[in-house]
Design a protein around this ligand. Structure first.
Ligand code: URP
Ligand code: ZN
Ligand code: ZN
Length: 460
């Protein structure tokens, strides 16, 4: 199938230019001005007044995740459909190694969850939870199998790794030219503050969740991680950064010459801590870790976005139903499953709250949501670029569409959205995945077309 998109505003991190894009089969064939369809079979699409972005990449999803007592509402079928509905054509999901498991076993398990079911392309980060010499020896196999990024946790009893192992893993992954993302929260502080909240009779209070995971807990862990990475002599990626205090630690390390990548999430740009004080149990809808922060944190993160100091916007999409799952924490805030849905609405949240409000440019949107992740995670220019030879993953973005986010209209499976009733501007009018139209105006028109993306070493 051939398509010619005429007269769109083609966006890259470096600028925007009016032009035409010729697509043949899975690839972009030509980008230029005054292109002609060539034959009658070619479908011509008018791009006038629309932005054309390279397909968006969500660097952080948890689909079909078994989180102990709960299983996420979205699996790869619903989660990736939601992704393309919003303009995301590639997701990077987190494979988690269970204790005693090899990395290959974990990877095979995630392939079984995603293969044949996914409506967008997908790759896997590997969360290492059980580090030993056998696992060390598997890293080259992981590279060969297209896994070049990892996650480590500094909290959660069953997932966390200690400082010595963090340093060893950073050094080992550097040999592969991979990258490690780290969940930075101080485990001890959180455990003590949870005990304090419960001891003071505040176990039913949802506000106890952010109170037991303060900004200092994130900043301390970031500081410690960056000391470790500095001594290891490796770059590192801070995932889901939520605080101004944490950002200060990043900036201090960067001033010393360290290479630090930062991902934040739409919930830390769109929401404020007061959500935890909503009436009744409503605040449980926003329980995630790290928690939603203060207005000051939100403003600092937007400022950093505007100044090009952040690298990626991933959702940390980890969805649970309110009615049947979050409700289990009614009497004990620590039993509320952690995580929010977001994969469907990330592009429009960034466009509405960032671009429309002039806190970010469309170029920055392209950089954070597509180009930078493609480079850091070894997919560029197959992904992340509107260029001849790149995969024809494209979003024709209508900048003028106005609509309201409602759970009743969403594709993702969770029974709510944290952004219910939010009036937004902008929409993925047409979404191409490797040359096929898979979504129009928020509705999926072709499903299960996603393929595994075997990734290379980091390119930054
Ligand atoms: O609350 C969250 N973020 N759940 C997902 C797991 C994680 O730490 O990323
Ligand atoms: Zn995390
Ligand atoms: Zn996560």
């Amino acid at each position: 199938m051939r398509y010619l998109i005429k007269e769109g505003i083609i966006v890259s991190s470096q600028g925007q230019e009016k032009g035409d894009i010729l697509i043949q089969d899975e690839k972009i064939l030509q980008v230029g001005q005054g292109l002609s369809p060539g034959d009658e079979e070619t479908e011509v699409i008018d791009g006038t007044g629309k932005y054309i972005f390279p397909g968006f990449i969500d660097t952080h999803t948890h689909f079909d995740l078994d989180a102990g007592d709960f299983h996420t509402a979205d699996d790869f079928y619903t989660g990736t459909k939601a992704a393309v509905a919003g303009g995301t054509t590639t997701v990077l999901d987190f494979t988690t190694q269970e204790k005693g498991q090899t990395l290959k076993e974990a990877l095979d398990a995630w392939h079984a969850l995603a293969d044949g079911k996914s409506s967008c392309d997908y790759g896997f980060h590997m969360s290492i939870t059980d580090w030993n010499q056998e696992v060390r020896a598997e890293l080259t196999d992981m590279t060969r199998l297209g896994v070049t990024s990892y996650k480590l946790y500094m909290t959660y009893d069953h997932l966390m790794v200690d400082d010595r192992r963090i340093m060893e893993i950073l050094e080992a992954v550097e040999q592969e030219k991979g990258i490690i993302g780290v969940h930075c929260e101080n485990h001890g502080i959180i455990a003590r503050l949870i005990a304090r909240e419960k001891g003071a009779g505040r176990g039913e209070r949802i506000l106890s969740h952010p109170r037991s995971r303060p900004a200092e807990a994130e900043a301390e862990a970031i500081h410690r991680l960056l000391v470790i990475a500095g001594l290891a002599g490796t770059p590192v990626n801070i995932v889901h950064l939520s605080t101004a205090l944490g950002l200060q630690e990043v900036e201090a390390a960067r001033r010393k010459g360290q290479q630090v990548f930062v991902e934040t999430c739409p919930q830390y740009l769109a929401l404020e801590e007061s959500v935890y004080e909503r009436p009744g149990f409503e605040g449980a809808a926003f329980v995630c870790s790290p928690p939603i922060r203060t207005r000051k944190d939100v403003d600092s993160l937007w400022q950093a976005v505007g100044q090009g100091r952040l690298d990626m916007l991933g959702t940390d999409h980890c969805s649970f139903h309110m009615a049947s799952q979050k409700i289990q924490g009614l009497k004990d805030f620590t039993r509320i499953p952690n995580g929010l849905p977001g994969v469907e609405h990330r592009p429009v949240l960034f466009y509405s709250l960032g671009v429309v409000k002039e806190r970010a440019t469309v170029e920055e949107m392209c950089r954070l949501l597509s180009e930078r992740p493609a480079k850091l995670f070894g997919m560029y220019p197959k992904k992340g670029a509107v260029a001849p030879g790149s995969d024809a993953d494209l979003v024709i973005w209508d900048p003028d569409a106005r609509w309201t986010i409602r759970a009743a209209d969403q594709v993702q499976a969770a029974d709510y959205t944290p952004y219910e009733g939010l009036e937004v501007q902008g929409r993925a009018a047409t979404v191409f995945l490797r040359g096929e139209i898979v979504a129009r105006d928020g509705k999926v028109c072709r499903e299960r077309k996603g393929q595994y993306v075997s990734r290379g070493p980091r390119q930054v």
